[in-house]
Design a protein around this ligand. Structure first.
Ligand SMILES: C[S@@+](CC[C@H](N)C(=O)[O-])C[C@H]1O[C@@H](n2cnc3c(N)ncnc32)[C@H](O)[C@@H]1O
Length: 311
C-alpha cells in the first residue's frame, strides 16, 4: 500500500461515523502526527542530518515553506542547548512581582514554559502549590533539581498536561512570544478555574545607562528580536491590567556573558559570529569606564506584567 492510500485509510478509520466526534478524533490524531513531524524535523536539523531544502522536499513543500513553518519553533526549543548559561546568566524576578501576578486568593499556580525555574522558585517560596510545565528536557532537569517542591511536567502551552479547571492562575514568564497563541489561548482557558488569572511577564533590560545601551547595541547588531511585552488577549480573557517594576539584578561580568550566550538568537548564530559577539561583550565589560575592573555589576531591568482574568 502506498503512503497516500495508508493516510486515506487511517483518516477514514479515525473519522469513522463523522460528526463532531469524528472531527474531534481526527483533529487529535492530526495534532499528534504534526507533533511527531516537528520532532523529526528538530532531530534532523539539530544533528545537521538534512538541509531545509531536503526537509521541504520530504514534506512536499518549498525550502521557504519549511523554514517558515519550523525555524521559529526550533528557535523556541533551543534554550536547552545553553541551559547552564541560562541558569547562571539570566536574571530572576523581583519578589514584588508575585503579589502583582498572582491574586491573593489563588492557591494552585501553573508556571508555563518554566525553563530552569527562575520564577517557579519564587512562587514556591510564596507558599503556592506550583506545577511547572516545560517542553525542553535539559531545562526541565535543571528545574527539577533547583525547585524540588514544584511538580515538574513535560508539556507545552499548546498541550498542557493538566485537567480542565485545575489551576487558579497561569503565569508565563519570558515565554509567551514562543507559543502558538491560537492553540495556547484555548488550552490555558481550559486548565484555568472559572474567573482564573493569566499573567504574562517579561524582563526588559533598562538601557538608560550608557554602558547598558552599548551592551544592547552589541547584542542586536546582527538580529533584533521584536517582542510585544504589552500584548492584548482575545476572548475568553477580559481587559488587561499592566504593571512595571524597576529593579537591579546583581551579577558579574561572567554572568553578563552567560546572559548574552543564553539568548535564543545568539544560540542560533553561526559559531564564528557567536564567538565574535561574546568576545566583543567581554571587551566592553573590561574596557568601558563604568565597568572596567568591577567584579559585581548591577544590571538594570524593568519587569513588565500583563494580567487578565478569564471571562
Ligand atoms: C526564555 S525561556 C523562559 C523560562 C522561564 N519562564 C524564565 O522566566 O526563566 C523560554 C522557555 O519557554 C519554553 N518554551 C518554548 N516554546 C514553548 C511552548 N510552545 N510551550 C511551553 N514552553 C515553551 C522554552 O523551552 C524555554 O524554557
Amino acid at each position: 500500500m502506498n503512503t497516500d492510500d495508508l493516510g486515506q485509510r487511517v483518516a477514514d478509520d479515525v473519522a469513522d461515523g463523522g460528526g463532531l466526534d469524528g472531527l474531534r478524533r481526527l483533529s487529535g490524531v492530526i495534532a499528534a502526527l504534526e507533533e511527531r513531524r516537528t520532532g523529526l524535523v528538530e532531530e534532523l536539523r539539530r544533528g545537521k542530518a538534512a538541509t531545509w531544502e531536503e526537509i521541504g522536499r520530504a514534506c512536499g513543500m518549498t525550502r521557504q515553506g519549511a523554514t517558515r513553518r519550523w525555524a521559529g519553533r526550533l528557535q523556541a526549543r533551543s534554550f536547552g542547548v545553553a541551559a547552564d548559561s541560562y541558569q547562571h546568566g539570566r536574571p530572576g524576578y523581583p519578589q514584588a512581582l508575585i503579589g502583582s501576578a498572582v491574586p491573593r486568593e489563588a492557591r494552585k499556580v501553573l508556571d508555563l514554559g518554566a525553563g530552569t525555574g527562575k520564577l517557579t522558585r519564587l512562587l514556591v517560596e510564596a507558599g503556592l502549590d506550583v506545577v511547572a510545565v516545560e517542553p525542553d528536557e535539559g531545562m526541565r532537569a535543571r528545574l527539577a533539581a533547583a525547585v524540588p517542591k514544584a511538580a515538574v511536567r513535560a508539556g507545552s502551552a499548546e498541550h498542557i498536561p493538566l485537567p480542565d479547571g485545575s489551576v487558579d492562575t497561569v503565569v508565563v514568564a519570558q515565554a509567551w512570544h514562543w507559543f502558538d497563541q491560537a492553540a495556547a489561548v484555548p488550552e490555558i482557558a481550559r486548565v484555568l478555574a472559572p474567573g482564573g488569572t493569566l499573567a504574562l511577564v517579561w524582563n526588559v533590560r533598562d538601557e538608560s545607562q550608557p554602558w547598558a545601551a552599548e551592551l544592547g547595541a552589541l547584542m542586536h547588531r546582527s538580529t533584533r528580536q521584536q517582542i510585544d511585552t504589552a500584548p492584548l488577549l482575545p476572548a475568553p480573557f477580559g481587559t488587561p491590567e499592566r504593571l512595571e517594576i524597576r529593579w537591579e539584578h546583581p551579577t558579574t561580568p561572567a554572568g553578563i556573558i552567560d546572559m548574552v550566550a543564553s539568548r535564543s538568537y545568539v544560540i542560533a548564530l553561526p559559531e564564528a559570529e557567536r564567538a565574535r559577539l561574546l568576545a566583543d561583550v567581554e571587551q566592553l565589560l573590561a574596557t568601558h569606564p563604568d565597568l572596567a575592573g568591577r567584579e559585581r555589576i548591577a544590571m538594570p531591568y524593568v519587569t513588565r506584567c500583563t494580567r487578565v482574568r478569564l471571562g
